[in-house]
Design a protein around this ligand. Structure first.
Ligand SMILES: *[C@@H]1O[C@H](CO)[C@@H](O)[C@H](O)[C@H]1NC(C)=O
Ligand SMILES: *[C@@H]1O[C@H](CO)[C@@H](O)[C@H](O)[C@H]1NC(C)=O
Ligand SMILES: *[C@@H]1O[C@H](CO)[C@@H](O)[C@H](O)[C@H]1NC(C)=O
Ligand SMILES: *[C@@H]1O[C@H](CO)[C@@H](O)[C@H](O)[C@H]1NC(C)=O
Ligand SMILES: *[C@@H]1O[C@H](CO)[C@@H](O)[C@H](O)[C@H]1NC(C)=O
Ligand SMILES: *[C@@H]1O[C@H](CO)[C@@H](O)[C@H](O)[C@H]1NC(C)=O
Ligand SMILES: *[C@@H]1O[C@H](CO)[C@@H](O)[C@H](O)[C@H]1NC(C)=O
Ligand SMILES: *[C@@H]1O[C@H](CO)[C@@H](O)[C@H](O)[C@H]1NC(C)=O
Ligand SMILES: *[C@@H]1O[C@H](CO)[C@@H](O)[C@H](O)[C@H]1NC(C)=O
Ligand SMILES: *[C@@H]1O[C@H](CO)[C@@H](O)[C@H](O)[C@H]1NC(C)=O
Ligand SMILES: *[C@@H]1O[C@H](CO)[C@@H](O)[C@H](O)[C@H]1NC(C)=O
Ligand SMILES: *[C@@H]1O[C@H](CO)[C@@H](O)[C@H](O)[C@H]1NC(C)=O
Length: 647
């Protein structure tokens, strides 16, 4: 019996139900799903619920491929999307108003050349709800559908010109939530609707929503529902772990459908009209491999990505991709043997979001800095240690799609289990990984960092340092090019983490032409947006304040800190393109680069005192900004109750 199963049972007033009236349509072909596509991610799991189930294999049986190129699907999709970014890019660059630069004629002149056309990526870091909310502020600012976002001093439309949108952990909740809800807007998710529990963070996942779609759920019914769903997966023959419960619980807040949409799959994003038509960026979530019976995830661990077409790794270890839709199928040596059936529904959207955010062992490792009273620390330490020893604090991808594939390098070639954890556990908390792969040719990455690197939960560049170090490790970097990044003390001493900073501005300084990285760190504009990663509940006022603060982080306070900031973002976007086409850099951009680019200076002395930035604008008047670990929240009370029952 697993901890969370006990946890849910303990809180559940009703006994575990054993009957699952699940119909298994064995005949659900991709064509059928395409025919019923409703322009949104689909509840297309063949079981009709959370459990994976057998389906007829397509005429060409699914296989594992080597990571030696982009997938055909992604390549074909890019032709559609990149063309769709041309008009928004022209419109956006014109509004960003680079003096002396004719954006219309420049972009039109290169619109048929995918190498020269700016290729934009956005990466939303992990950091629990803090990262979701701060990241949401950035995406709201970048989205031209947000009210007033195309006014002067605003940056709306950047998202429409973007090719890739990566998320990890809390950032993955944001990205997954947008795509599971028809690529709706942050405003719509924030404002919700009367029958929906979407983004209702005031009720923690330990408590459950007031409204579960159309029906009202009590906490007991909520736990019972989740328990039944995970049981169904288990009964269908798949190993489940704490991550399954976690993903189910999170889904009530992230997927706007009854019971958090147990049948939604991640691969169904590829069947949504707006995705097919290239009207959205390409979503990617990131997770790390944690070898069985280990706790620490080293920087040389294999990193995995999930996109709507494929799941796998570019690293020279696994170096392979599996079709996302057929995860759960029993692949062996790269093929699905004739006697094995195709499985679908394993890539359940909440499970994928949960996989990217499985940070239970991080909570354990950091428990002494959570500010919990010591009696709670002891209780949680005991529980989480037990889970860890049972190796239950991971996401179990069993059967391992890469079993007996790339035997010589694949660290998991001989195990049927692939165990994944939170994508930030290797220290790379900003999901740059999918965006620095040479095949993708990304020119500029907006790196939204909501990491809690410092004592007071602000970022200090640790994530960029990690990605930089990994890019220097010859055994794992595999051709990724990444700009030089200074140490964390320099970040603080030079203020590189208190305002946006660009890295890799001078392409002649890089051995291979990698992207320019626009680092956008969480900072206090109007509220203390440095809430704890482990805070499970936020009232509406605080949620909205942190989203608004994130909007200010993106726009530097709607241009009040620097009216030229939108222009400078545009300069970063065209920088690599100008270099490739040998075009003179406009003077306005030279000014921007001297202002925002890290110039190579170092100051590595240890800063005195804890990093504690002042408000950049006037504090918004809400009762309490930074909150503690939600000691007052009823969510924690319930968690504590469960812990006490189990201890
Ligand atoms: C999805 O969003 C598009 C607008 O982008 C809208 O036209 C369509 O009706 C929406 N589909 C669903 C199922 O809500
Ligand atoms: C990916 O491309 C293959 C053909 O190369 C096609 O059979 C498959 O349906 C595509 N997958 C999706 C999700 O579009
Ligand atoms: C946002 O950009 C898209 C793509 O360019 C465009 O079709 C749409 O009209 C824009 N919407 C708003 C509200 O400006
Ligand atoms: C735009 O579409 C055309 C025709 O499919 C293709 O040749 C071209 O490469 C595309 N442009 C980009 C930038 O992908
Ligand atoms: C948009 O701008 C108008 C005019 O300045 C203002 O009245 C309105 O409140 C703004 N809307 C939002 C959502 O900020
Ligand atoms: C949630 O889904 C319901 C039913 O489909 C819809 O009416 C509502 O607008 C959605 N809410 C949001 C915030 O998308
Ligand atoms: C579940 O995982 C265990 C190892 O933890 C393994 O022994 C067992 O075979 C797995 N079960 C299935 C159905 O994969
Ligand atoms: C990963 O790096 C650690 C040192 O940080 C080293 O001990 C270990 O051997 C490396 N693992 C692999 C598989 O290269
Ligand atoms: C398929 O055949 C292999 C090798 O004989 C065997 O190990 C495996 O259990 C079989 N799978 C099924 C589903 O019978
Ligand atoms: C937390 O503190 C306790 C008591 O000082 C100690 O035993 C434990 O090892 C610490 N845990 C971690 C992860 O450092
Ligand atoms: C990998 O090793 C296994 C067993 O050692 C073997 O059966 C399999 O064919 C190998 N795979 C490849 C692609 O060589
Ligand atoms: C596309 O642009 C690149 C960079 O400027 C250039 O090297 C290449 O020749 C161009 N390709 C075509 C077909 O014009």
């Amino acid at each position: 019996m697993r901890f969370l199963a006990l946890f849910f049972v303990a809180l559940s007033a009703t006994p575990l139900s054993t009957a699952h009236n699940i119909v298994l349509p064995r005949d659900a072909s991709a064509e059928t799903y395409a025919a019923i596509a409703l322009a949104r991610a689909l509840p297309n799991s063949p079981s009709g619920g959370y459990a994976p189930a057998p389906v007829n294999c397509p005429s060409t049986r699914p296989t594992i491929r080597s990571a030696s190129s982009l997938s055909q699907n992604e390549t074909a999709w890019l032709e559609v999307r990149r063309n769709k970014t041309v008009a928004p890019m022209i419109s956006w660059l014109n509004r960003m108003n680079i003096s002396g630069f004719d954006a219309t004629s420049y972009i039109n002149g290169i619109s048929n050349n995918a190498t020269a056309l700016p290729n934009i990526g956005i990466a939303i870091s992990g950091g629990g709800y803090r990262a979701l909310m701060n990241g949401a502020g950035f995406l709201a600012a970048a989205d031209n559908r947000t009210s007033n976002s195309t006014n002067k001093g605003q940056i709306g439309g950047l998202l429409q010109a973007t090719t890739y949108l990566a998320g990890l952990s809390g950032g993955g909740w944001l990205v997954g939530s947008l795509y599971s809800n028809n690529f709706t807007t942050v405003e719509a998710l924030r404002d919700g609707s009367s029958t929906s529990s979407i983004w209702q963070f005031q009720n923690s996942i330990f408590e459950g929503p007031d409204k579960g779609g159309i029906q009202i759920l009590s906490t007991a019914e909520y736990f019972d529902t989740i328990n039944n769903e995970v049981d169904a997966k288990n009964n269908a023959g798949f190993n489940t772990t704490i991550t399954d419960y976690w993903g189910r619980a999170l889904s009530y807040q992230l997927i706007n459908d009854t019971n958090g949409g147990p049948a939604y799959t991640f691969s169904s994003i590829a069947l949504a009209d707006n995705f097919i038509n290239g009207e959205t960026p390409f979503p990617v979530l990131v997770a790390d491999e944690r070898s069985p019976n280990t706790v620490i995830v080293a920087l040389n661990s294999t990193v995995y990505e999930f996109n709507p077409f494929e799941m796998g790794s570019w690293d020279p270890t696994t170096y392979a991709f599996a079709p996302t839709r057929y995860l759960g199928s029993n692949f062996s040596a790269g093929v699905l043997p004739d006697n094995e059936t195709c499985i679908a529904g394993f890539d359940q959207a909440g499970f994928v979001m949960g996989t990217s955010s499985t940070l239970f062992n991080q909570f354990l490792l950091q428990i002494n800095s959570t500010g919990l009273p010591s009696f709670l620390t002891t209780i949680f330490t005991n529980i989480l240690t037990d889970i860890g020893e049972a190796n239950d604090d991971i996401a179990d991808y069993d059967p391992n799609p890469f079993y007996q594939f790339n035997n010589a390098t694949n660290r998991n070639a001989n195990t049927k289990q692939l165990t994944l954890v939170d994508g930030g556990e290797d220290g790379q908390n900003v999901p740059l990984y999918p965006l620095i792969q040479p095949y993708r040719g990304v020119d500029v990455i907006f790196a939204i960092d909501s990491s809690a690197d410092t004592t007071f939960f602000w970022p200090n560049g640790t994530s960029l340092v990690a990605t930089y170090e990994r890019s220097l490790n010859a055994t794992i970097e595999n051709g990724t090019a990444f700009p030089s990044i200074p140490d964390q003390n320099t970040f603080i001493n030079l203020g590189l983490n208190s305002r946006p900073t660009m890295f890799g501005c001078d392409p002649t300084n890089m051995t291979a032409l990698g992207p320019i990285v626009v680092y956008i760190p969480n900072a206090p504009y109007i509220t203390q947006s440095n809430v704890s990663t482990f805070d499970p509940a936020y009232n509406t006022t605080q949620r909205n304040a942190i989203i608004e603060n994130g909007y200010d982080v993106a726009t530097m306070g709607n241009g009040t800190i620097d009216a030229d900031w939108p222009t400078c973002m545009a300069c970063a976007v065209i920088s690599r393109s100008l270099y490739k086409t040998n075009t003179t850099v406009p003077a306005a951009c030279t000014t921007c680069f001297s202002k925002y680019c890290w110039n190579g200076d170092l100051n590595s002395t240890t800063p005195s005192g804890n990093y504690s930035p002042n408000y950049l604008l006037t504090e918004l008047n809400i009762r309490s900004g930074a909150s503690s670990f939600g000691i007052s929240g009823s969510g924690l009370t319930l968690a504590l109750l469960a812990a006490l029952i189990l201890a």
